[in-house]
Design a protein around this ligand. Structure first.
Ligand code: PRP
Ligand code: URA
Length: 209
């Protein structure tokens, strides 16, 4: 499918299976999300541009590879996005962080925005938006609209599970934004939950209902 990369690494798929299991505890779910996010981060950053920097090793001088451009921005869609954010920061500690507070109304499934804080110079940076779940895509579409309003131009979206319905809507709204996901599930149910899915990601992370 165009514009979407499925990260099918065996470790990702193994951890995802444990996360889907309804018997998995809150502590294990949170730990696995952190572990899996480092693996997803590795894939979403795979083709970052490199330049060289002259350094002296104890033996000689070389032009060695280093990341080109300004520091990355990880944009977390609260709350559940923070579960992915932590592991990504383990791997890229110098990244800047944006927080986008959005939850979806359980009746209408429309996004409700309650917080936004991002670095000033979004236009000059790659922005990787993170949220474990792409269901209707209403939350992700709204978050990316907001980031674009603030200048972001180079954006990727990283999630754990995506529903076909959400992918279609997302691609129509933001055709310039590539999606990275660990799996594409079957469908959304009548309440807008991903099937087979893993339930409510925020609730499973934080032990709420
Ligand atoms: C979940 C999830 C996404 C959203 C996906 O958040 O983390 O942000 O639902 O659904 P959508 O694609 O249909 O918009 P939720 O609204 O449960 O908020 P929370 O993370 O604060 O619990
Ligand atoms: N949000 C979730 O956390 N889970 C779903 O299945 C759909 C939206």
């Amino acid at each position: 499918m165009e514009g979407i990369t499925v990260i099918d690494h065996p470790l990702v798929q193994h951890k995802l299976t444990i996360m889907r299991d309804k018997e998995t505890s809150t502590a294990s779910f949170r730990g696995l999300l952190r572990e899996i996010s480092t693996l997803l981060c590795y894939e979403v950053t795979r083709n970052l541009q490199l330049t060289t920097v002259r350094i002296e090793t104890p033996m000689t001088t070389i032009d060695a590879p280093t990341l080109e451009g300004k520091k990355l921005v990880f944009a977390s869609i609260l709350r559940a996005g923070n579960g992915l954010l932590e592991g990504m920061l383990d791997l890229v500690p110098a990244a800047r962080v944006a927080h986008v507070g959005i939850y979806r109304d359980h009746e209408t499934l429309q996004p409700v925005e309650y917080y936004f804080k991002a670095p000033e110079d979004l236009a000059d940076r790659l922005v990787i938006v993170v949220d474990p779940m792409l269901a209707t895509a209403n939350s992700a579409i709204a978050a990316i609209e907001k980031l674009k309003e603030r200048g972001a131009r180079n954006i990727r979206f990283l999630c754990l599970l995506a529903a076909p319905e959400g992918i279609e809507r997302f691609r129509a709204a933001h055709p310039d934004v590539e999606i990275f996901t660990a799996a594409i599930d079957s469908h959304l149910n009548e309440k807008g939950y991903i099937v087979p899915g893993l339930g409510d990601a925020g609730d499973r992370m934080y032990g709420t209902k």
